[in-house]
Design a protein around this ligand. Structure first.
Ligand code: NCD
Length: 307
């Protein structure tokens, strides 16, 4: 048992954890049960209940947080959509958050409102708040599991050449990923986006090189990781078609040991025929969300941890 440096902290942005802390989460993840049939449940989080406040659609993030909590012996309360709460009667969101904080040990929030999770941290300084996606800003727990996948599949988090492609303006996973890669040494990040969907400056660092979508075929052979994302149609109102595709010809130009990642859901940017390519890592990536979210919940909710 060791004293836990994460106890009762919130995780709203990848800025909240240092490189050392990210590495510590990965050490803790190795001790987590995942979905191991030999250890179907532990009591690591017995008596701890978290609120899942998901006000935007979600499959992987909500399910993996809920299942993570259950495999650790804890409980969850699904807040449901706002129309099924007293917000519908005119209650303020602040009051609703205070109630959630009074009943449960942590609040995991997904909203279109970029500020809500920051507001919740101010209101409830003793309750860990986890950002599960705040509009088109960040998705820090996704970046944690993305780097976990890279570490396991590529073997290092330093000296990487990574391509990030798709909607880099509204795609929050790409913002957290670019910032997270920047915590490590000597990573080069190529950013490929349609014109008009470039990554905002505040997420970029000096190791980011901006390219056009059509430049991918020239650069793909250099990449250790290609991270594709969908166009965030629900956040775009001009009706333009920004779609793109990673096809077999593109994969033929890539290294034998490159990995192709995607936070999912994919729409048509990666055809299903690519799923058979051994470099397609996106389903394994999504599975990694379970141990990473177990490690995170365990770290934020337990005063002492076993390493
Ligand atoms: C992402 C999200 O919600 O930002 N999904 C996820 O959590 N894996 C990606 C997306 O919606 O495009």
């Amino acid at each position: 048992m060791i004293e836990n440096i994460f106890y009762k902290r919130s995780f709203l942005s990848v800025d909240d954890f240092s490189r050392k802390e990210v590495e510590l989460i990965y050490q803790i993840a190795k001790k987590m049960p995942g979905k191991d049939p030999m250890h179907p449940q532990t009591d690591f989080l017995k008596g701890k209940v978290v609120s899942l406040a998901f006000f935007e659609p979600s499959t992987r993030t909500r399910m993996s947080f809920e299942i993570a909590q259950k495999y650790l012996g804890g409980g969850v309360v699904n807040v449901g959509d706002l129309n099924s709460t007293s917000i519908k009667k005119g209650e303020s969101l602040d009051d609703t958050l205070r109630i959630m904080g009074g009943y449960t040990n942590s609040i995991i929030i997904r909203t279109t409102d970029e500020n809500l999770c920051y507001n919740a941290r101010e209101l409830l300084p003793d309750i860990p708040i986890i950002n599960a996606g705040n509009g088109s800003d960040e998705h820090p727990t996704q970046a944690l599991l993305d780097l976990w996948t890279i570490k396991n599949k590529v073997g290092s988090l330093d000296n990487l050449t990574v391509g990030i492609i798709g909607d880099l303006k509204y795609g929050r996973t790409t913002h957290s990923l670019a910032k997270m890669l920047n915590k490590f040494e000597n990573n080069t990040i190529y950013l490929f986006s349609p014109k008009g969907l470039e990554m905002p400056e505040k997420y970029k660092s000096s190791n980011c090189i901006v390219k056009r979508l059509s430049d991918l075929s020239e650069v793909v052979s250099e990449l250790d990781v290609l991270y594709a994302t969908r166009i965030q149609k629900e956040r775009i109102s001009n009706g333009e078609d920004y779609s793109y595709r990673i096809d077999k010809e593109m994969m033929n130009l890539a290294k034998e040991d490159m990995i192709l990642m995607h936070p999912l859901p994919r729409i048509d940017e990666i055809p299903i025929s690519i799923d058979l390519d051994k470099r397609a890592a996106y389903f394994e990536q999504a599975r990694g969300g379970l141990v990473i979210r177990q490690a995170l919940l365990y770290s934020l909710l337990r005063k002492r941890i076993i390493l």
